[in-house]
Design a protein around this ligand. Structure first.
Ligand SMILES: C[S@@+](CC[C@H](N)C(=O)[O-])C[C@H]1O[C@@H](n2cnc3c(N)ncnc32)[C@H](O)[C@@H]1O
Length: 256
């Protein structure tokens, strides 16, 4: 198995369960069916942990259906959350053509670790790297294909994939789009300074009732989000705090 990121290395599961996972991967890669049948039956190979993640994202999406604003995915990595959000948009609000999704990533891995962070072999500048500009282009294309294949697909090209350090790209985005405000933002860049800078920019443009979601808020091996929360958010920005019912690691703030 590739060991380029933590989910390939770290697991709470016991050996038998990891072995079962490997067997599911093997069955998925050798499953005898046409492409169309395989795609129609992908749930055969969808493990509970990914399903929990998908359900959690859907629960957050439902919170913003009657709230205007864009969706930001900060630290989008392969872009799965963004793709799911486009598909949820098409399910819950197919006529909402102004629900734009903006993905931010270096696509060259983590950037911004400092002495405020606990860098490790798995989490330090450069881990989680993809192919840079090529991956950004791939994700742009994939998002448009999902838009086209969804209901009202003639209206496509709503979303953006922005490559670069979010400490620079988010303020630049707002500078270039002074009309843009945010309904839902996912954070997953996992070092202190980029998390703080991105949060401050986005909170200022987050609408009342808007949601900021943190994938690692309670994880003490990656303390950036919890530190930003404890030092810069708690008691300073009016909100309520919740955790996902299906994916316990995902916590979110609703702006008051
Ligand atoms: C753990 S991965 C994100 C996983 C993704 N959110 C998901 O749910 O599949 C962290 C991502 O943050 C990106 N990243 C880290 N620091 C960044 C920064 N300063 N600016 C932009 N992206 C950054 C990395 O390149 C990496 O793709």
């Amino acid at each position: 198995m590739s060991k380029t990121h933590e989910s390939a290395v770290m697991s709470y599961s016991h050996e038998e369960s990891i072995d079962a996972r490997m067997q599911i991967f093997a069955l998925m890669n050798s499953y005898p069916a046409s492409d169309a049948e395989k795609e129609r039956s992908l749930g055969l190979f969808l493990r509970g942990s990914l399903l929990a993640r998908i359900l959690a994202i859907a629960d957050l999406y439902k919170l913003i259906v009657d709230i205007p604003g864009s969706i930001f995915d900060v630290g989008t990595w392969r872009g799965q959350t963004a793709v799911l959000c486009e598909n949820l948009r098409a399910i819950f609000e197919p006529l909402h053509f102004n629900r734009r999704i903006v993905c931010f990533d270096t696509f060259e891995g983590y950037q911004g670790f400092s002495d405020k962070d606990k860098a490790t072999e798995l989490h330090r500048d450069g881990t989680y790297a993809l192919s840079g500009a090529d991956y950004a282009e791939f994700l742009r294309r994939l998002l448009v294909l999902h838009e086209k294949s969804n209901a009202m697909g003639h209206n496509h090209g709503k979303h953006q994939v922005i490559k670069g350090d979010c400490r620079e790209t988010i303020p630049r985005f707002f500078g270039e789009n002074p009309n843009e405000y945010v309904a839902l933002a996912f954070f997953d860049v996992n070092s202190y300074e980029p998390t703080l800078k991105a949060f401050e920019q986005i909170w200022a443009r987050l609408v009342p009732g808007g949601v900021t979601a943190f994938w690692q808020l309670t994880r003490n091996t990656i303390p950036a989000e919890s530190r930003v929360y404890a030092e810069k958010i708690l008691g300073k920005h009016a909100h309520t705090l919740h955790r996902s019912a299906t994916y316990p690691g995902l916590c979110y703030l609703v702006k008051r």
